[in-house]
Design a protein around this ligand. Structure first.
Ligand code: URA
Length: 212
């Protein structure tokens, strides 16, 4: 074997503990000790890995924790979270029955957008969450969640249009939707956001819609 062959070291590398982690609880413990992003480690109060039952049918992916999420250690507990909970209830889902996480599991300082290397560093945690939970439906909330899985798409064009993609060997159905924070900043968008959430119900039931 030449030196060049030896440099292809992955063959001998130990398995990645994130990508081989056997349970959501163990995965979240690993995430809580993560030090991959210097700036986020410095800024965070705690890691916010995600919340929900390991057999959830629906997995929601937002952008990143904000101030309240960082303080409480749970995603979507601020204003956008209250609106998300309301939207779920409208379509007959309770917060406790879905899984909720983010593209990035630590709060970016001053709520700035997550940077590409931070998204990349955090990707194995998200991938493993998806592989362990194997949800029937993955809901991508907003631009950052959409771009992670479908990099060339725009949320304003793709919202409401389901598509399939294989992640970690599992083919999954993804539904991009406008981020609930949009509805808080732009009250006029609320009817459109609420209507689009019915797509989730429809996809879980194979039919349905708001009662007239
Ligand atoms: N809270 C989260 O946890 N994620 C978001 O994307 C927005 C608010």
């Amino acid at each position: 074997m030449t030196d060049h062959d030896l440099s292809q070291g992955d063959f001998f590398a130990p398995p990645d503990p994130i990508l081989t982690c056997g349970t959501i609880a163990d995965l979240h413990d690993l995430a809580r000790g993560c030090t991959r992003c210097e700036e986020l480690v410095e800024a965070r109060t705690q890691v916010v890995p995600g919340v929900g039952p390991p057999d959830a049918r629906v997995f929601f992916i937002g952008e990143a924790p904000g101030r309240r999420e960082d303080a409480q250690g749970e995603p979507f507990v601020g204003d956008a979270g209250a609106y998300l909970t309301e939207l779920l209830e409208k379509i007959g889902l309770s917060r406790g029955e879905v899984f909720i996480s983010n593209i990035v599991k630590c709060r970016p300082p001053e709520n700035r957008n997550p940077k590409t290397p931070e998204i990349e560093n955090c990707a194995p945690y998200l991938e493993r969450q998806l592989a362990l939970i194997k949800p029937e439906l993955v809901v991508l909330l907003g631009r950052f969640a959409l771009e992670r899985f479908f990099p060339r798409e725009k949320i304003t064009e793709s919202a409401g249009v389901p598509r399939r993609k294989t992640i970690a060997g599992h083919e999954m159905t993804f539904l991009p939707l406008l981020h609930p924070a949009f509805g808080i900043r732009r009250q006029d968008l609320k009817p459109e956001i609420e209507k689009s959430f019915w797509k989730i119900r429809e996809m879980l039931d194979g039919a349905g819609g708001p009662a007239e």
